[in-house]
Design a binder for this molecule. Structure first.
Ligand code: URA
Length: 446
């Protein structure tokens, strides 16, 4: 095979064969193809696109480039969940225990966050003692014993994607449907579950800015998953404002905990019951997604889901002390310094810029700029107002927490907090009550 000929073929709009795609993926992963040639091919794919067959071949080549997890030793239908990422998205921490409490085995590998906020693994690591690395045997045994385990994704899952994603990131070749869908699905298919639910976010704080694009991506990923023999369903959900009220690792863990208690924000509760309902259905523990959602609600109301979360924490070495303190006092641990953002007029919250809140949260220390950065588990942002809420001049809109006082002041100024109080740029206040967009737009693949 000749890399130059493959690049020219794709540049001229040709269709690559499965052999050519496999050869490229394995040779690039092995370090035998230079970045400049791989970049040229990615750019040719970006402009000339790939059809379904090529996309499937690319997904499969990346899936098999490293470890493919075998979960067959664990009884039952294992269901995995993936989110394309959003600000304040702690849904995995809620739906995992909900589905597990209803009998669906959850053997989950999650990522760390690069960008605005931490990933699920960073959030769990804000619990003192919580181990996110388990030996494979310990991982399987824990799922067998208590029905749930959540660990960090090993570096050996789809290493080809890791290398190609890093290259795409710096060559302007991220935004291509075939490249995105094959990247996400190669990792999901290698992670070994029998069924997959994808939460594809759309809106200002998301990868896909509009619903049409999000639906197109979701449909592609469902096709790839189903063609690989895994039942795959996608929900398209709104990300025009942060999800819930907490953004930041420990803050989000406590919001998830409260949601499991039935005391979470309305949006987190709604999306979690919807997704958990589908997981319970896909896992064969309900005849319909609606019945699944009813079972999830019951698990929330009876306390079995909260008990499952606490069991998960203990099984992975975490301490329940801060949760017990929270139950007794209602307070949550936060970083040393805090600064509030105040409304400068009466009105209604017309919008909250999810992207800006995400960026501010990162600046407080809750997210990474580069992958070597440490995360401050107790930094972040708490929102007191959401879109549609009425505000009076002087009301608190949000509180920012950080361990570094200077960082905090700059961050609040960035978000729009002025010396004497202002509504800020992150929050827009209007005289008229705005329309609130639907949280769950549509479900694909049921
Ligand atoms: N997330 C991924 O894992 N891959 C992409 O290409 C985009 C988002």
């Amino acid at each position: 095979m000749n890399m130059n000929e493959i690049i020219i073929k794709k540049r001229n709009g040709g269709k690559l064969t499965e052999e050519e795609i496999r050869w490229f993926v394995s040779e690039y992963t092995a370090g035998n193809i230079p970045d400049y040639q791989a970049s040229a091919l990615l750019m040719a794919i970006y402009f000339s696109k790939m059809d379904e067959e090529e996309t499937f071949a690319l997904t499969d080549a990346m899936r098999t480039s490293g470890d493919v997890v075998d979960l067959s030793a664990i009884k039952g239908i294992k269901v995995d969940k993936h989110s394309t990422g959003g600000v304040g998205d702690k849904v995995t921490l809620v739906v995992g225990p909900l589905a597990a409490a209803c009998g669906v085995p959850i053997a989950k590998m999650s990522g760390r966050g690069l960008g605005f906020t931490g990933g699920t693994v960073d959030k769990l690591e804000s619990i003192p003692g919580f181990k996110t690395t388990l030996e494979p045997e310990e991982f399987y045994k824990q799922v067998e014993d208590i029905g749930i385990a959540i660990i960090g994704q090993s570096g050996h899952i789809a290493p080809a994607d890791k290398k190609l994603y890093a290259l795409r990131d710096v060559t302007g070749t991220i935004e291509n449907l075939s490249l995105i869908s094959s990247s996400i699905m190669s990792k999901k298919l290698a992670a070994g579950s029998d069924a997959i639910i994808l939460d594809v976010k759309c809106g200002k704080g998301a990868f896909m800015e509009n619903q049409e694009k999000a639906e197109e991506l979701a449909a592609r990923m469902c096709k790839i998953g189903n063609a690989a023999g895994k039942r795959t369903v996608a929900v398209i959900t709104d990300m025009n404002q942060p999800l819930g009220r907490a953004v930041g690792n420990s803050l989000e863990v406590f919001e998830a905990y409260d949601t499991l208690k039935g005391q979470g924000p309305a949006d987190i509760t709604e999306i979690s019951l919807h997704i958990a309902g589908i997981m319970i259905y896909l896992g064969g523990k309900a005849d319909t997604p609606e019945e699944g959602a009813a079972k999830a609600k019951e698990a929330m109301e009876t306390g079995t889901a909260l008990a499952k979360f606490r069991e998960l924490v203990v099984a992975q070495g975490g301490s329940l002390e801060m949760f017990d303190y929270h139950d007794a006092s209602g307070s949550v641990p936060v970083a040393d310094y805090q600064e509030e953002l105040i409304a400068d007029r009466d009105g209604y919250i017309a919008s909250i810029d999810a992207q800006m809140i995400g960026l501010c949260s990162q600046r407080t220390g809750a997210g990474r700029k580069v992958k070597e950065d440490d995360i401050d588990p107790f930094a972040g942002v708490l929102l007191f107002k959401k879109v549609g809420d009425e505000v009076k001049k002087g009301d608190r809109l949000a509180m920012f927490y950080s361990s570094e006082e200077k960082k905090l002041k700059d961050t609040v100024l960035e978000a729009g907090g002025k010396e004497n109080g202002a509504e800020g740029e992150a929050f827009v206040i209007s005289a008229k009550k705005p329309e609130i967009p639907a949280l769950i737009k549509t479900t694909i693949g049921l």
